[in-house]
Ligand binder design. Structure first.
Ligand code: GLY
Ligand code: MN
Ligand code: MN
Length: 278
């Protein structure tokens, strides 16, 4: 029953997303304090905590505040690092409202206010993967299709950059492929609701192989992660980790991005940081 949300649940999820968006705005506004503190990641966590506790029940899961190469750890919740000028910081945070419904949003932000060329290339590729997944998600397609659509973009781009030992088509082969998965080692989506990974115990045929229906709410969250010591990629990629995570509602003919109010393109992210500094 929980895979398809009713009106009450949707209202609660919209509220959780709103509170979360406010928390992200707070973080961007506090970036100067984040940069000044030797454990800036903890400052990010603390700023979000204040918003989640004051406007909601708390966090729906431990906040991930992962700056620089920490972004390449999938669930970096130690958050004890510095945030250095020039870093990208990956922030994965969700406020849980009093009804216990939670949002789950990730933004990756250049703390100095502008992406370097290589950071922008990686960022916009992750966005391209997310946009492809948004376009694919509609009633009647399988949940798995959304994931495969995002991964096809990741395979194509990483092959173009010369990172794969095979062609994109070979990487996408179901039996012998997967070489691109080195750089995106997680799924693209999970259902969202009372639990951040809602209905995670649902049977495979209802979840990964399940058919999308109006009223379902899930994340779209592709990423690219180049470990600091990964010699399969050119030096300029190493230590870059990017994820963009939005929460979507399946409608009659596609999806509505519930977290659309948050800046999302590279240009929008830069404008967001610039505006907070004024
Ligand atoms: N915050 C955990 C996840 O994105 O699934
Ligand atoms: Mn998620
Ligand atoms: Mn998340």
């Amino acid at each position: 029953m929980r895979l398809v949300k009713d009106e009450y649940e949707l209202a609660q999820l919209r509220l959780a997303v709103q509170v979360t968006a406010r928390g992200f705005d707070d973080i961007v506004r506090e970036l100067p304090a984040v940069l000044a503190h030797p454990r800036g990641e903890r400052v990010v966590e603390g700023v979000f905590h204040l918003r989640a506790r004051s406007d909601g029940n708390g966090e729906g899961y431990d906040t991930i505040a992962a700056s620089g190469p920490h972004a390449c750890y999938l669930h970096w919740t130690r958050n004890d690092g510095a945030v250095a000028d020039g870093d990208l910081i990956l922030i994965d945070a969700g406020a849980e409202v009093d009804s216990l419904y939670t949002a789950d949003i990730t933004r990756t932000i250049p703390v100095s206010g502008t992406f370097t060329d290589v950071q922008r290339t990686v960022y916009e590729t992750v966005r391209e993967a997310a946009d492809a997944a948004f376009a694919a998600a509609k009633p009647g397609v399988t949940f798995r299709t959304v994931h495969e659509t995002a991964l096809a973009v990741i395979a194509r781009r990483t092959a173009e950059w010369g990172l794969l030992p095979v062609t994109a088509d070979e990487a996408l082969d179901a039996d012998t492929g997967g070489q691109h998965r080195r750089y995106m080692v997680h799924g693209t989506s999970h259902h969202l609701g009372l639990d951040v990974h809602d209905c995670a115990q649902a049977r495979r045929e209802m979840y990964y192989d399940g058919i999308l229906e109006p009223g379902m709410v899930f994340t779209i969250e592709p990423g690219l992660y180049f470990q600091i010591d990964d010699e399969t990629v050119p030096a300029e990629y190493r230590g870059i980790g990017v994820r963009i995570e939005d929460d979507v509602l399946v409608t009659a003919d596609g999806v509505e991005n519930l977290s659309a109010a948050l800046p999302r393109t590279a240009d929008e992210i830069e404008a967001w940081v610039a505006q907070a500094r004024r």
